[in-house]
Design a binder for this molecule. Structure first.
Ligand code: IVH
Length: 663
């Protein structure tokens, strides 16, 4: 049929021009001609809806409103990168890698784009899914919005793998922010302050037609899948460029860390000439086999790192030092500043971290100080302008007593912070514990905010978190500003939280050093609270990713009678204390064994083998020690690893021997 062929031809033509314009920056037809072809296609598509295709170039204008985004699990976890800020840190990174291998290897240096991460899935050469990072395990499906970003190919060309994922950064070029802001000013709206937040909020707009009007762009830097074209990162990106992806030209291959430093210094200066913002450099090992051997910690790859450029600094007057008490009793000194604009926002307060920091920088009230924004939301004071100091300014004496409850502060050796030990009665600690417990990532209790917690505490309706589950509607109705509906909401929210999985309950306890990831690891390993409560430090530290500090903190938490009692009460209220993290075990043939997988395998990929180890009750560990049961060794296993195994008498077994073990 002629119309069908015409539609297909127009789609191909338009995709080619899109690519030339948005990816290659070299258009070869005018906007007018492009629009003419687009209009023709729109007309034909309207007339022949049977040939509809969601990846047609006409879809770039958006497809209307959506109700929200659904959360979808990532096939491969979406991790972030470790940060470094100095030459020394980079040498450490290089030394760690060189300890692992005696062979020479290459680094790939890339720019670190400052936007939002995105993971795209392509099947048979078509975009099928776009997920945000979310919590790394699952992200929001923003495919409808991503389809409107013109530099993202909807259909690929060339010899692409059947299925693969590609990750990149969606960002707003500087001119894009200016464009949006000039429009907003005309409409009498407040301008947006920075490109990153604007890119992030644009991607989450519910109206994809509106997203289509935001000049978002996307660079790609990471290819994942079972059938990648080569085992070199650099070559794979070159390939991805042939398929139609926008791959940055600034990527360079380096053979030593000194060469990497040269690349960093070059871009530290040149970054201001770029049409978009970058916040650092990413350094990656080029060889994918080596990447797989190095693997990941629970949060970051060991084979890549980011070097962050110095953040913008401004100077202002420090008017007063005050002290904040956190939920763990930690005291944070805070600099109250003469308000000043920094990286797009007005800053009034900055963290002074701890007593040591005040002493090291000799920070005093009245000083002119330099403030910068690091990765954290709260800016920090980094330097004092000593020349501008008042001769008579008294040096700062760190408080001795808690500013909230007047208890004498304590400081343990090896810990930089002072603590208020009045765990039970210090008000911000009590409120802080509630605040953490009810927060979104923990129990996510709808209808309960900090003000209500404070009110409930004031009225003696609650004293610890278990009391929340005993609250009755009649008790809360008389509270200030509490209407019938909000009382219902609160009671329902509390009731609903009883279904929250064990790992989030555990995270909600606010045990020091037990963040979301550690809580998950503990819940998965022990399966239930009783086993965790009975674990001693030795058992805890055998778990991958659990070090001394965490083990001691967990052990200490469960050695307090008060906490045991709290858990007993929560149990009787019906909270979840047994893990529902999927039990995928097939046998216990590898029970108690600690196994290192190293090298390249023939029948299965390394990740498949690791999965099998877990399914049969074994534990994957990353480095060989005397406690390793055996090394599952493939081809090209690093010689230093091999030597270590032999020296420590750890047996090496091959893929076939392993498969026999579990069969
Ligand atoms: S590689 C496993 N390369 O930075 C490694 N990330 O802080 C995956 N980013 O989540 C990331 N530019 O959103 C990589 N050239 C680059 C990058 C880059 C920006 C972002 C990315 C990532 C975050 C990590």
């Amino acid at each position: 049929m002629r119309e069908k062929e015409r539609i297909s031809l127009l789609r191909k033509e338009l995709a080619k021009h899109n690519h030339a314009y948005y990816v290659l920056n070299t258009p070869y037809i005018s906007d007018f001609e492009f629009d003419k072809l687009l209009k023709e296609l729109e007309k034909l598509e309207a007339k022949y809806p049977e040939f509809n295709d969601i990846n047609s170039p006409t879809q770039r204008v958006g497809s209307g409103l959506s109700d929200g985004f659904i959360t979808v699990p990532h096939k491969y976890r979406m991790l972030s990168l470790g940060n470094t800020y100095s030459e020394e840190d980079l040498h450490d990174f290089d030394n760690r890698l060189r300890k692992h291998t005696d062979q020479e290897f290459e680094y790939i240096c890339e720019l670190k784009y400052d936007g939002v991460s995105i993971s795209l899935t392509y099947e048979n050469g078509e975009l099928v899914k776009a997920l945000t990072r979310g919590d790394g395990t699952q992200g929001d499906d923003v495919t409808v919005n991503v389809r409107t970003i013109k530099s993202i190919p909807l259909k690929l060309k060339g010899d692409y793998p059947k299925t693969f994922e590609i990750r990149g950064e969606i960002f707003l070029p500087i001119f894009g922010l200016e464009l949006i802001n000039s429009q907003r000013l005309l409409e009498g709206l407040e301008p947006y302050s920075n490109t990153r937040n604007t890119a992030s909020s644009s991607l989450k707009l519910l109206d994809s037609n509106e997203v289509a009007n935001r000049p978002l762009d996307c660079y790609f830097f990471y290819l994942l899948g079972e059938n990648l074209p080569t085992n070199k990162h650099y070559k794979n990106l070159r390939k991805a460029k042939e398929w139609g992806f926008k791959i940055p030209d600034e990527i360079e291959k380096k053979t030593s860390i000194n060469e990497v430093l040269g690349f960093i210094n070059k871009w530290d200066k040149k970054r201001y000439d770029l049409p978009y913002e970058i916040d650092g450099i990413v350094i990656k090992v080029n060889d994918i086999n080596m990447q797989q051997e190095m693997g990941f910690t629970s949060k970051i790859p060991r084979w890549a790192i980011s070097y962050k450029f110095q953040a913008e600094q401004v100077s202002t007057r420090l008017n007063k030092i005050t002290y904040q008490v956190g939920r763990t009793g930690a005291i944070t000194p805070v600099a109250n500043l003469e308000p000043i604009k920094l990286a797009g926002t007005i800053v009034k307060r900055a963290s002074l971290h701890n007593a040591g920091q005040i002493e090291r920088l000799d920070i005093r009230e009245g000083d002119i100080v330099y403030v910068e924004k690091g990765g954290e939301i709260i800016p920090k004071v980094v330097k004092v302008e000593l020349k501008a100091r008042d001769l008579f300014a008294p040096s700062t004496i760190f408080i001795k007593k808690c500013p909230e409850c007047n208890t004498e502060l304590v400081k343990k050796d090896g810990d930089a912070k002072h603590y208020c030990p009045n765990f039970e009665d210090c008000p911000p600690q009590i409120v802080g514990r509630f605040e953490h417990f009810i927060s979104r990532k923990a129990m996510n209790i709808d209808g309960l905010g900090v003000e209500t917690v404070e009110l409930l505490l004031k009225e003696n309706l609650i004293s610890d978190i278990s009391d929340l589950y005993l609250l009755k509607k009649e008790q809360i109705l008389p509270l200030e500003r509490m209407a019938d509906k909000s009382a219902d909401n609160l009671i329902n929210g509390i009731e609903k939280s009883k279904k929250i999985p064990f790992e989030r309950v555990l995270f909600g306890f606010g045990i020091r050093f037990v963040g979301e990831t550690v809580a998950k690891i503990l819940a998965e390993y022990f399966n239930n609270i009783d086993a965790l409560m009975n674990a001693n430090i030795e058992t805890l530290i055998t778990i991958d990713e659990i070090g001394d500090k965490i083990a001691e903190s967990v052990f200490e938490y469960f050695s307090h009678q008060k906490n045991i009692e709290l858990i007993r009460k929560l149990k009787s209220s019906g909270l979840q204390f047994i893990s529902t993290i999927k039990d995928t075990s097939l046998s216990s043939k590898l029970e108690g064994m600690k196994i290192v997988v190293s090298g390249v395998f023939i029948q299965y990929s390394r990740s498949e083998l690791k999965k099998m180890i877990e399914e049969h009750g074994g534990k994957n560990v990353s480095s060989i020690s005397k406690n390793t049961t055996f090394v599952l060794a493939g081809n090209n296993m690093g010689p230093s690893k091999k030597k270590k195994a032999v020296d420590l008498n750890v047996p090496l077994i091959n893929e076939n021997e392993f498969l026999l073990k579990i069969s």
